[in-house]
Design a binder for this molecule. Structure first.
Ligand SMILES: NC(=O)c1ccc[n+]([C@@H]2O[C@H](COP(=O)([O-])OP(=O)(O)OC[C@H]3O[C@@H](n4cnc5c(N)ncnc54)[C@H](OP(=O)(O)O)[C@@H]3O)[C@@H](O)[C@H]2O)c1
Length: 254
């Protein structure tokens, strides 16, 4: 953890920082860290930056994570040009990819895997390269989903991306120990841009709410778990899937 001063050159990289869970994590993490805010929409990243504590301590890095051919070079150049190091990485960028099997196409699958899964591996590769990031990376958190360990109609591609992310998380946790801890947070449904059509349907939300033993949650519940996993209080936790879903994933009540 760092004091936020103008001269600090160590950052937490947050993908998906332009909205929803990533934005809320940025707002909370800005209390203690300098941030590198990443997503495609630059104006939304600047909005997030303005909502953070000490806005001028944070940087924006607009990039399309589906462009996996170029992500390693883009991130490496950004780190070198700005003379910074990244100590923690939160991968919150994601595309929901809800699609019935008969509508699924090759392009749809590839795009979902690129944004949700492949970009995360390539970013960790850059950040764990000592020549680029000077051995400064110490913690990684992936925003997975509680669907990673479950199933739902029209979610085969999305759930494959999230199960893949959690598989990757466990093996990276072994490969990068003891220097870097790697964990996942598995959110239940929370209201964001991604889920706004579901939350607009009052009847549907009432039905969904009944399946959550602790009731509906918010982006703050997810960000609190991310803050914990990045903190020294989680110093003996690696390779774990932390479900933050109000008990939804263990509920088999009929
Ligand atoms: N909300 C839920 O109920 C829920 C539940 C379980 C898991 N999750 C997971 O939580 C994470 C955050 O989702 P959210 O609910 O906060 O949704 P959101 O508000 O729609 O945020 C998604 C983020 O991903 C970024 N993104 C999407 N495609 C991208 C691309 N090609 N390149 C770079 N950035 C891209 C978006 O930024 P730009 O559009 O600016 O690029 C945005 O910042 C996702 O991984 C999602 O799968 C969400």
């Amino acid at each position: 953890m760092l004091n936020n001063t103008e001269n600090d050159k160590t950052y937490v990289l947050i993908t998906g920082a332009s909205s929803g869970i990533g934005r809320q994590c940025a707002i909370q993490l800005s209390e203690n860290y300098n941030l590198l805010l990443c997503a495609r929409r630059e104006e939304k990243l600047n909005e997030t930056k303005a909502l953070c504590k000490n806005p001028k301590n944070h940087l924006v890095f607009p990039v399309d994570l589906s462009d996996t051919e170029n992500i390693e070079n883009q991130l490496t150049s950004f780190i070198k040009e700005n003379n910074i190091c990244i100590e923690k990485f939160l991968h919150s960028a994601g595309t929901i990819g809800m699609m019935p099997l008969k509508m699924v196409s090759n392009d749809f699958i590839i795009n979902c895997l690129k944004v949700n899964l492949i970009s995360a591996e390539l970013i960790v590769k850059v950040l764990s390269n000592k020549k680029i990031n000077l051995g400064r990376l110490n913690s990684v958190v992936f925003i997975s989903s509680n669907i990673s360990n479950m199933g739902a109609k029209a979610f085969s591609v999305y759930s494959a991306s999230k199960s893949g992310l959690d598989g990757m998380m466990k093996s990276l946790a072994m490969e990068l120990a003891p220097k870097v801890r790697v964990n996942s947070v598995l959110p239940g449904g929370v209201e964001t841009e991604m889920t706004q059509s579901i939350y607009a349907d009052e009847e549907k939300i009432k039905r969904i709410e009944e399946t959550y033993p602790l009731g509906l949650g918010s982006t703050k519940n997810i960000a609190d778990a991310v803050e914990f996993l990045f903190s020294d209080n989680a110093s003996w936790i690696t390779g774990q899937q932390l479900a933050v879903d109000g008990g939804r994933c263990v509920n088999i009540t009929g």
